[in-house]
Design a protein around this ligand. Structure first.
Ligand code: ATP
Length: 337
């Protein structure tokens, strides 16, 4: 869907992209990086709106340097900033954008109604956009990116300004853009954790350079830590504690899951091999507890980068702070999947 080769963009005082080479296939891809990493700059180059200083890029096989118009016919774009006209309704605005993309009047109206319904805007679509909440505005921006039925959409920070519930709803919508309509998605975020449930593939850039590009499951490869959760019973009102005691009796030290709600009921231990699974199963059965789950724990994306930050000899201070803030906002990887 997207290929870049040694792509660079230099502004007089900043190198926004630094020899970026990557290939992005179909599906939902997250482009992650802290503020100023170069995400928006990359999207503008891929749309053919801003020329690269060096290197090449192609979108859907079309060269960004020479085929910007054709790319924008086939690609939808949801910009980061609030750029909606306040005094027209969502319907008027999205119909206008559909007409700008070349749809005839009747098709533009029909597609607008369908798309606004898909993003969850119903009666309010007839009201002026100026009175909308941030979440509603983000939905209008998403609708205008989808209305001309593109093959690919670029969504620049679509969860910006949303509360946790609004963010989850938006991430669900983004996933459905691909599953329901087969449209591939490139979605940017400065929050590492939020993309792991939504994206098939994650590309991480920092200071305009590619840090890593891999499938989400590769990022979150399994660890040797086993997470176990059990029920309480009348005989053992604190099932977690008796199981921990029983494991300690067999020489196995355990931890609990952390400070998040419910995590205190999760026992974490190191699995030496299959015998550890058998031992946990047998102890749970002997104690008469119910086994809710026993699974190998996976890394969280945020955790991978937290570890990398710790390994870095001299991290740029504000970047390290941004990553740390990100890890905190996403639970720092201490919660369970
Ligand atoms: N038109 C411009 N002129 C000069 N510098 C620019 C311009 N556009 C972007 N930059 C700089 O390039 C770098 C990358 O910016 P960019 O907007 O691509 O980052 P980003 O990852 O999208 O971050 P954010 O989410 O904060 O927008 C930043 O240092 C920014 O200040």
């Amino acid at each position: 869907m997207i290929a870049t080769e040694s792509l660079s963009k230099r502004f007089p005082r900043v190198t926004a992209l630094d020899r970026l080479s990557m290939d992005i296939g179909p599906g939902v891809t997250g482009l992650v990086g802290s503020n100023g990493a170069g995400k928006s700059t990359l999207i503008k180059i891929l749309l053919g709106l801003s020329p690269a200083t060096e290197g090449r890029a192609a979108v859907l096989g079309l060269d960004v340097a020479t085929s910007g118009g054709q790319i924008r016919e086939r690609v939808g774009y949801m910009p980061e900033h609030d750029c909606l006209p306040p005094d027209v309704s969502a319907t008027e605005f999205v119909v206008h954008m559909a007409r700008m993309s070349g749809l005839p009047p009747t098709a533009a109206r029909e597609r607008t109604a369908d798309t606004l319904r898909h993003v969850g805007l119903y009666e309010e679509r007839y009201r002026p956009i100026g009175g909308y909440s941030t979440g509603m505005k983000q939905r209008v921006k998403l609708a205008q990116a989808l209305v001309h039925d593109p093959q690919l959409v670029f969504l620049d920070e679509p969860t910006n300004g949303l509360d946790p519930v609004g963010r989850d709803e938006m991430l669900g919508l983004i996933r459905r853009v691909h599953t329901d309509f087969g449209i591939s998605v490139l979605v940017t975020s400065h929050l590492l954790g939020e993309l792991e449930r939504t994206c098939d593939h994650v590309v991480v850039i920092d200071g305009g350079k590619l840090l890593r590009s891999s499938s989400t499951t590769d990022f979150t490869q399994t660890t040797t830590t086993l997470a176990v959760e059990v029920t309480d019973t009348d005989e053992h009102p604190d099932g977690t504690r008796v199981l921990r005691d029983a494991l300690r009796g067999r020489g196995i030290e355990t931890e609990t899951g952390g400070e998040l709600p419910g995590a205190g009921h999760t026992i974490l231990l190191t699995a030496e091999g299959e015998e550890t699974y058998d031992l946990v199963r047998d102890l749970v059965a002997d104690l008469g507890l119910g086994l809710i789950r026993m699974e190998q724990r996976r890394h969280h994306i945020a955790e991978v980068f937290k570890d990398q930050d710790e390994d870095r000899p001299a991290p740029v201070p504000e970047r390290a702070a941004a990553w740390a803030a990100t890890a905190q906002q996403t639970g720092g990887g201490r919660d369970e999947r």
